[in-house]
Design a binder for this molecule. Structure first.
Ligand code: BG6
Ligand code: MG
Length: 211
């Protein structure tokens, strides 16, 4: 029986996926002089910061010193945080707050399972933080999705077995992680872009209750 919901943050609850994209795009242009596209950005979804930076360097065919690599990530993160700081409760994605509230009213335990190290800032800015019983994010795990570590950690924080949890995810890496962790998955997005899910909806505003 399903007792818990684990939500990815970026692109599922809040529209920060576009901020990540814009910050990487700016770095690609300013540091490497190329136009980073929305198609290339698909591979960055759900993937942690270091892994994204490695892909960005690979696309530019450039090898950076450890210091330059670190500086690039820091610059991207500064631009990203600047955008997140401007968020308000109105920036939760359509139906997201209501979906979590309804789940909680039915007795479902709710957690965050996100690769982001900026998770808490976005949760606070959008006033979503009080809705969650646990937060597993990039500050508490080391292995990037598709490794299931972040979701297993979230389930453990909720005191639930993986099979009692549903993961809501907009990235392929995250859906693969949910499957590897033995959880039910609900893809948020289009069936053209995502595969290997148990349920799918274009957004939480159109998502069925899963029990
Ligand atoms: C994930 C995003 O939630 O967090 C990725 O989907 C992002 O695109 C990752 O790279 C890491 O985020 P941050 O905020 O720690 O750089
Ligand atoms: Mg996401």
């Amino acid at each position: 029986m399903i007792r818990g919901y684990i939500f990815d943050l970026d692109g599922v609850l809040v529209d920060t996926a576009k901020f990540h994209y814009l910050a990487w795009k700016r770095l690609a242009k300013e540091k490497f002089g190329y136009d980073f596209t929305i198609e290339q950005n698909e591979a960055f979804k759900g993937v942690n910061r270091v892994a994204c930076m490695k892909i960005l360097c690979g696309l530019a065919d450039v090898q950076l010193s450890p210091e330059e690599f670190e500086r690039g990530m820091q610059q991207k993160n500064d631009w990203y945080i600047e955008m997140v700081r401007g968020m308000t409760p109105a920036d939760a994605l359509p139906g997201a707050r209501e979906y979590v509230e309804r789940a909680k009213a039915r007795g479902m335990l709710c957690a965050i399972g996100s690769a982001s190290r900026n998770c808490r800032l976005a949760l606070e800015k959008t006033a979503l933080a009080p809705l969650f019983d646990a937060v597993a994010d990039g500050t508490v795990v080391t292995r990037a999705k598709p490794d299931p570590e972040v979701f297993l950690r979230a389930a453990e924080m909720l005191g639930l077995a993986p099979a009692q949890c549903v993961v809501f995810e907009d990235s392929q890496a995250g859906l693969d992680a949910a499957r590897a962790g033995g959880m039910t998955s609900c893809a948020i997005g289009s069936p053209d872009a995502l595969h290997g899910w148990d349920f799918i909806a274009p957004g939480l505003d159109e998502c069925p209750e899963i029990s």
